[in-house]
Design a binder for this molecule. Structure first.
Ligand SMILES: *Cc1c(COP(=O)(O)O)cnc(C)c1O
Length: 345
């Protein structure tokens, strides 16, 4: 994670970094993230309790809430703990206006430049800014937007350049720091020259999609491992698991792995999804069940009870597993369940 932060830094050497640690640092744990990202200028996340936890753990630098506060009652806490907040709608501005805070809150005014998720339109942006500026307990005002297609410069509906154009137009004449680049924009567009970048997924050694982490020299932060707990010998025509989805076309040695969808392995992984046994690449066989999945041990010489299984991570990029299962590394990381013991290396 520390190495990957260095890659982000090298892509945007002038920028300060909001290390994005939402969803429990994409499943890696806030404590580990805080240690690995101790050279980041700030941490960004969604959860207010996570922000307070970072303060409790001793993080004294800026913290940014990417969706901002959810209720007026959140505001005194933000002021007390110096937590910065995205402001993306008029309801939040109204809550700020009627709060009476004893310490200033730094805010990040968000523009909707075509993602149509959060933010003010470019046309409404300056007025929102003026309202914020008039609030005595609003401190610094920064500007943010989010790209829908940062990994596809030629997207037919909404190319990145068009979002950038709208952002520049809507924020013309306003003075403040800008943060716009997620991992994809950081990796592919060198941080886009904002004062800050907001990398998430790349810090954990996966890519936003379409490319490979190794291509960017990113290292996997998480390795999900288990063991073989049973072995079955089956012959041609015999099937494996619920629904008998996989049917053997030859004599096959089947290994049973103690890991299933209740651990966060994707239930939709098809036959053939890559997996390592004793470091050797083989394939998933049959439907993933709640607590187990089955693999082909036929090509793995000497494998048996107790053999080590790598579901993703070192030696098997999470992007590859995600791709086979029709999802993204993001979802796999976040979905590792609490019953999986986490061992920090
Ligand atoms: C999650 C998030 C990021 C980080 O995105 P990655 O694709 O993981 O780099 C950046 N900005 C905002 C607003 C986010 O919600």
């Amino acid at each position: 994670m520390r190495h990957n932060l260095g890659i982000a830094r090298s892509k945007a050497p002038q920028a300060k970094i909001w290390a994005i640690v939402k969803a429990n640092a994409y499943g890696h744990g806030l404590t580990a993230a805080m240690r690995a990202f101790d050279s980041a200028e700030g941490m960004g996340l969604i959860e207010i309790d996570g922000a307070l936890r970072l303060r409790e753990l001793g993080w004294t630098r800026p913290i940014l809430l990417l969706e901002g506060f959810f209720d007026a009652s959140d505001l005194p806490l933000l002021a007390q703990y110096g937590i910065e907040s995205a402001v993306h709608n008029v309801e939040q501005i109204a809550m700020l206006e009627s709060a009476h805070l004893t310490a200033p809150i730094n805010v990040h005014l968000k523009m909707n430049t075509g993602m149509n998720r959060l933010g003010f339109t470019p046309q409404a942006f300056a007025a929102a800014h003026a309202r914020l500026r008039a609030i005595p307990w609003v401190g610094k005002i920064a500007f943010m937007t989010h790209f829908a297609n940062a990994d596809d410069a030629f997207h037919e509906n909404l190319p990145l350049a068009e979002q950038l154009r709208r952002f520049q137009e809507g924020s013309k004449g306003l003075v403040g720091e800008v943060n716009i680049a997620n991992s994809a924009a950081t990796l592919l567009n060198n941080g886009l020259n904002g004062a800050w970048i907001r990398p998430g997924i790349m810090l954990y050694g996966a890519t936003p999609g379409g490319s490979s982490a190794a291509e960017f020299n990113l290292l996997p932060a998480m390795t999900l491992e288990s063991r073989i707990i049973a072995v079955q010998q089956i012959t041609l025509g015999e099937a494996v698991g619920y629904g008998s989805r996989f049917v053997a076309d030859a004599s096959t040695t089947v290994g049973v792995v103690a890991c299933g969808y209740a651990d966060g392995y994707p239930r939709h992984a098809p036959d053939g999804t890559p997996i390592l046994v004793d470091g050797v690449r083989t394939r998933v066989l049959g439907r993933v069940s709640m607590d187990m999945l089955m693999v082909d041990l036929t090509p793995v010489k000497g494998a048996g009870l107790g053999s080590r299984v790598t579901l993703w991570g070192n030696g098997l990029p999470i992007d590859e597993v995600a791709n086979a299962a029709g999802t993204l590394g993001y979802e796999l990381m976040c979905a590792v369940s609490p019953r999986v013991p986490m061992i920090e290396a």
